[in-house]
Design a protein around this ligand. Structure first.
Ligand SMILES: Nc1ncnc2c1ncn2[C@@H]1O[C@H](COP(=O)(O)OP(=O)(O)OP(=O)(O)O)[C@@H](O)[C@H]1O
Ligand code: NI
Length: 352
């Protein structure tokens, strides 16, 4: 594979759940790339489909009820969506690993942590001797900032604090030197000082291990610290994507603008976006954000999700009609919905 190819390419991914309440359109046509060595943050409010997107990559979702109904996921040149579970087992924990929000659930209380980390190595690296595995486990614990690693390998999970458990899980995820680490809200369950330490650790190990990272979070605040690029999701769709600089300096989609407004210290009057996500089983027509968008016009409420339009730079795009032909994006900066909705015969103040 040429190094110019993205490491991961998600293209038109649709992952639905077949439930008693009907089909849940959790991920509904999501595309993004992850370059080698890059950190991509997937952000969006709770329920927007971030976890389902990231868990579709290695198919660690419950299937059924989940199903990848459309789209492709290419990793290092190979299609993942058509792989069998057995084939994916060779990739999971080896070339692609996950870390999750709650470190409690990731460790088995009855086994020593060293053994649990070593297990991953024994599965994927059967060429290593027992001694080599132990040496590598100590080294991993040491590199993830566990003091006195050579003594701690023989401790049980309950002997570790929450932050230290997360370090153990990070060590486990790194054991086989993965190309891609998927971190889903890895700091949310930890207290604030520990959160900062874990974020710093993730940054350091990314350089050291030269891997790509997908960082899933609903907290836009941490994104600017850790990510190179941001994918903003809403209701199973990508609203905007760009470099951290693009998205923070020049947010394009009204949804992203609203999210940034909500950040503490941004001077926004609100700390939540008014309204709530549409039902996952009954998404609105047109732009998924249109029912909550103060700028929504008739065009926004009909058809499908608007195409991704380029915004100012090659690296920046948004799924919003205001960046397409016949619209003036400057209208999004007026701060008043009334002017913009004058063209809209169905203007209803953005609610419905
Ligand atoms: N097993 C399942 N069965 C039915 N619906 C599901 C299932 N798993 C997820 N969903 C639905 O898919 C949608 C997207 O969920 P997802 O967990 O990806 O959101 P998220 O963006 O990760 O949110 P959060 O920030 O709360 O973690 C939600 O509406 C959720 O209810
Ligand atoms: Ni999630």
């Amino acid at each position: 594979m040429s190094d110019r190819e993205p490491l991961l390419s998600v293209d038109g991914l649709k992952t639905y759940f077949h439930t008693d309440e009907g089909t849940a359109y959790a991920v509904d046509g999501v595309s993004f790339d992850v370059e080698r060595g890059e950190t991509v943050a997937i952000v969006g409010e709770s329920g927007s489909g971030k976890t389902v997107t990231s868990e579709s990559i290695t198919k660690i979702l419950d299937m059924p009820p989940g199903e990848i109904v459309e789209g492709s996921i290419t990793f290092d040149g190979t299609e993942l969506t058509t792989k069998t579970d057995k084939e994916l087992q060779k990739i999971r924990g080896n070339r692609i690993s996950h870390i999750f929000q709650n470190p409690q659930n990731g460790l088995n209380p009855v086994y020593k942590v060293g053994r649990q980390i070593g297990e991953t190595l024994r599965i994927h690296r059967d060429d290593l001797s027992k001694g080599e595995v132990r040496k590598r486990v100590v080294d991993l614990l040491d590199r993830t900032g566990i003091p006195e690693a050579s003594a701690r390998v023989d401790d049980y999970p309950h002997e570790f604090s929450g932050g230290m458990k997360q370090r153990v899980l990070i060590a486990m995820a790194l054991a086989c030197d993965p190309d891609l680490l998927i971190a889903d809200e890895p700091t949310t369950a930890l207290d604030v000082t520990i959160q900062a330490q874990i974020l710093r650790l993730l940054e350091d190990i990314q350089d050291e291990f030269d891997m790509s990272v997908i960082f899933v979070t609903h907290d836009l605040g941490v994104v600017s610290e850790i990510a190179d690029r941001v994918v903003v999701m809403y209701s199973g769709k990508v609203m905007e994507a760009g470099t951290v600089e693009d998205v923070f300096r020049n947010p394009a989609h009204p949804y992203t603008k609203a999210l940034i407004e909500c950040l503490p210290g941004r001077g926004g009057s609100m700390n939540r976006i008014p309204g709530s996500l549409p039902a996952v089983t009954d998404p609105p027509e047109g732009c998924r954000f249109s029912p909550r968008c103060a700028y929504a016009t008739e065009d926004c409420r009909t058809g499908g999700q608007p195409a991704m339009h380029a915004v100012h730079s090659e690296t920046h795009e948004a799924s919003c009609v205001y960046y397409g032909a016949g619209y003036d994006e400057a209208e999004l900066d007026t701060g008043s919905a009334d002017e913009t909705s004058s063209r809209d015969t169905m203007a209803d103040g953005g609610t419905r």
